[in-house]
Write a protein that binds this ligand. Structure first.
Ligand SMILES: Cc1cc2nc3c(=O)[nH]c(=O)nc-3n(C[C@H](O)[C@H](O)[C@H](O)COP(=O)(O)O)c2cc1C
Length: 315
């Protein structure tokens, strides 16, 4: 059954976040309190289509038994590479494919992908159609309101909706706004109207500044026609954000230990993720309890998992 049809409204999604929502962190979130749906970090279709890049692309697309159901997110600008990648992904156990038309990263945009697609709508449509033609999996889109002007949503979103994607996630900001201004909740009603008029079967997912389950449920009361809500940086404030549970210090430390264990396990068989990269996660777990700041400062000085573990044991 099509995943989008089987999710109960309002469903909650863990946002794809490059360098954050990898296979390790997704397992940690699944253990804290799972969302209804996961996404992979985005993977470049031209990397997948090249002999040199394929192994790495496949590694990024690995999933664990606990992070299902999961959607594979891809980006790029070459329509043939969208076909090739989408076709290959069908046999890898994903519930769907999502096209990233919203990333504001300057390298991605320079390569013509992510939010740069907003400036080349015909190419975006061609890539979407190629993806749809190459798979039986549902194909969805994640995007922003526009490139530099909020009003662009009035033409950009109808262009996408006319293709009848299985789902459309709208991060309620333009590329130019990055994440520097509050998400434009005032436009939700207008976006619902567009979806209802042009493609009522497309699931509408709202993204931007949603902190946790409670917040999503409040928004759903206000906007019952929105199908799902996607949470990104909310996990940094509370890894239990998909539940209404306020974690204790012990629970957070248990999650950190789990993260370290899974990282170590992953490192044995995969290309190297530097220990330094793990440090971005410490604030998620070592936060909001007396002495957290000092303890985190000590953890930041460690160089190995074993050192971090020793500090934790002596806490
Ligand atoms: C570190 C980081 C990495 C991100 N990587 C991706 C990505 O790979 N694909 C994507 O569609 N969006 C990516 N995003 C955007 C998020 O999915 C989300 O749209 C954005 O953070 C707004 O939601 P939030 O306010 O709930 O965080 C990233 C955001 C952050 C903070």
């Amino acid at each position: 059954m099509n995943i989008w049809e089987s999710l109960k409204k309002p469903f909650l999604i863990l946002a794809p976040m490059e360098g954050v929502t990898d296979i390790v962190f997704r397992q940690v979130i699944a253990s804290a309190g799972r969302p209804d749906l996961f996404y992979t970090e985005f993977t470049n279709v031209s990397s997948y289509a090249s002999e040199k890049g394929r192994a790495n692309a496949l590694e990024r697309l690995e999933t664990a038994p606990t992070d299902s159901p999961i959607i594979a997110q891809i980006w790029g600008k070459n329509p043939e590479h969208f076909s090739e990648t989408t076709q290959a992904l069908e046999s890898l156990g994903f519930s769907g494919i999502d096209l990233n038309f919203g990333c504001p990263d300057k390298h991605v945009n320079k390569a013509g992908g992510g939010a740069a697609m907003i400036k080349t709508p015909e190419l975006a449509v061609e890539c979407f159609r190629n993806a749809v033609k190459s798979t039986n999996l549902p194909v969805s889109i994640k995007t922003r309101l526009g490139w530099s002007n909020v009003e662009e949503y009035k033409t950009w979103l109808p262009t996408l909706l006319a293709e009848h994607p299985a789902a459309l996630t709208v991060h309620l900001r333009t590329k130019k706004e990055m994440s520097k201004v509050p998400a434009h909740y005032e436009l939700i009603s207008e976006i619902i109207k567009l979806r209802n008029e042009i493609s009522p079967e497309t699931k509408l997912i709202i993204n931007g500044d949603i902190k946790n389950r409670r917040h999503a449920l409040e928004l759903h009361e206000q906007y019952p026609e929105v199908d799902g809500f996607m949470i990104g940086r909310g996990v940094f404030e509370n890894p239990y954000c998909f539940t209404t549970h306020e974690p204790t210090k012990d629970e957070l430390i248990k999650l950190l230990k789990m993260h370290l264990d899974l990282y170590e396990e992953y490192e044995k068989t995969h290309s190297h993720i530097p220990y330094e990269a793990l440090k971005h996660f410490f604030k998620i777990y070592i936060n909001n309890f007396p002495g957290a700041k000092d303890f985190r400062a000590k953890l930041m000085e460690t160089h190995f998992v074993s050192e971090a573990r020793e500090l934790i044991e002596n806490l």
